[in-house]
Write a protein that binds this ligand. Sequence first.
Ligand code: COA
Ligand code: AMP
Length: 635
Amino acid sequence: MASRYSEVYAAWKADPHGFWAAAAGSIDWFRPPERIFEPERGAYGHWFPDGVTNTCYNCLDRHVEGGRAHQPAFIYDSPVTDRIEKISYGDLLADVKTMAAVYRNLGIGKGDRIIIYMPMIPQAAVAMLAAARIGAVHSVVFGGFAANELAVRIDDCQAKLVVSASCGLEPGRSVAYKPLLDAAIEIAANKPAHCLIFQREMLAANMVPGRDIDFAEALAAAKQAGEEAPCTPVASTDPLYVLYTSGTTGQPKGVVRDNGGHMVALKWSMEHFFGARPGEVFWAASDIGWVVGHSYIVYGPLLNGNTSVLFEGKPIGTPDPGTYWRIIAEHGVAVMFTAPTALRAIRKEDPEATYVPRYDLSRFRALYLAGERADPDTIQWAERALGVPVIDHWWQTETGWPVAGNPMGLGLLPVKYGSPAVPLPGYDVQVLDDAGHPVGAGTLGNVVVKLPLPPGCLPTLWNADDRFHAAYLNEYPGFYKTADAGYVDEDGYIFIMARTDDIINVAGHRLSTGAMEEVCASHPDVAECAVIGIADALKGQIPAGFLVINSNVSRETSEIEREVVSLVRERIGPVAAFRMAICVKRLPKTRSGKILRATIQKIADCQPWKMPATIDDPAILDEITEALHAKGIGV
Ligand code: COA
Ligand code: AMP
């Protein structure tokens, strides 16, 4: 089939408002928008400003009314608990209606914030959808973050309620969430009035009387009392959620998502980008704590009437590298989404893909990869192993849905390995030099998107309009700065090469080296430090910290290194995968005092590097090289 991509992209470019007005027709509105885009409002305009709708209604009620009551909305597949459960749209709606009533009884109303700190269990999705139902704003925090990170988020969004569980399950151990939550509330200045705790049978959480409420008991009691909350009509522009993502400091950025534009964009992407047909099984193997989980485990598939797989496990070790293929076969997955790091992990354990032929993958049509650069070698391995298109696509927490990718739903374009292909309708992607001038095809520069951003992208940061302007809009007037560096080739294919800020990508998880530096620097013996991301064959990148110790300290440096590693785990969380701290005598700097992080990174990654002309003392680089070699890095 010839691709309709060029025609559809051109139609959007010729009439963007007409394009999104038509797309808005696939969503149910209490009051359909008459105005499609209002440029005067917000930082760069608002989509569908006079529309009134409800995201939960569009995810659940309308499908139940439309005949999907018995279709599974979620298939919860949890190899770590040996459990598989199918939850129909009808049953999910019943739980969500009741949970929304529980929220209401706890005094939560439209616009109030609810923090959700949960493992990958169906109750997490119930918690999200129930918030959406009453117009409350949820903020999901990934379970791998430590108490301190949770506290920062509780404070920033001034949460009234926290929904959590007694534990999460990592291979071989359970992670007690409740002590982390209690510690977070202790640290936070804003104390949530209540916590709803889902008690899992493998670990019981201690409850704080008067504050903590048993999730399952509250749900059962409200059900018995016949309590249900209807959908609260919300403005299209009202916030649905805030999702915190790493910024350039220890203070994360609260990415805001609205209701109307978000639904329109996700619904469009499910159909026209992923090529997922209503009724089919869609699986994003991510976590609800990340944007991929929000968009493509919960909201996108439900908006499109798909069955979504909620997977509590890992690509390997739960129990073996065939788990992904088992799930695809057993549940008839048509389209799957994961991060390249997961495939690299599988390939490492099963290089010949011997697990694949043990399963019937006949209903499987495409595998989508995002979250980090998909290396051509991994893509080609997966193509050979699976015999379906393996599609790299590029986006960010901020955009909420793909900026660029090869659109299966419109017909695939020729593949160029190393490129997430072409911009999707809605996105005018350009490449500018540091002075803001467009560069030619094939020239590396700053990847930007011409304003306005399409529906679904962040309208601002939570309570931080100025930071939104400063972080994304001010540097290249008229454009959104993606903070990715890359180029566009002569055929219009985009290549994303690196970040231009301090963000690194560890196993598909976005982390700020600046935030890690703040923690390292807080150790009493550390005078200064630099954290960089170094290349890792499995995780893409891993952090490495270089520490300069105060001159009056005479302790063993190895002891300080161990303490700093523990400190990062304790303050940021295990997900940072910070295991390497190296004490050095000095850090290489420019004469104006800037630490030469990029040069250290090149040395560590064995890449060619040039002595920076502005370096203060070139001998320091020899010391750094020696310190890296001593750890077996950069050799
Ligand atoms: N709750 C608590 N701890 C968690 C957690 C959670 N939800 N998720 C991860 N962690 C912990 C892990 O147990 C691990 O702890 P450890 O240092 O004690 O071993 C640490 O955080 C790092 O976890 P992870 O990044 O998962 O690394 P890993 O070495 O355990 O596994 C992969 C490597 C590649 C298998 C794994 O990263 C993976 O499945 N990646 C898929 C990527 C993905 O889903 N990305 C989301 C964006 S699309
Ligand atoms: P996150 O906000 O966690 O989704 O991370 C977004 C960042 O991950 C982007 O800005 C990129 O740096 C990187 N990224 C995501 N997908 C891709 C991709 N397909 N190719 C290259 N980089 C990617």
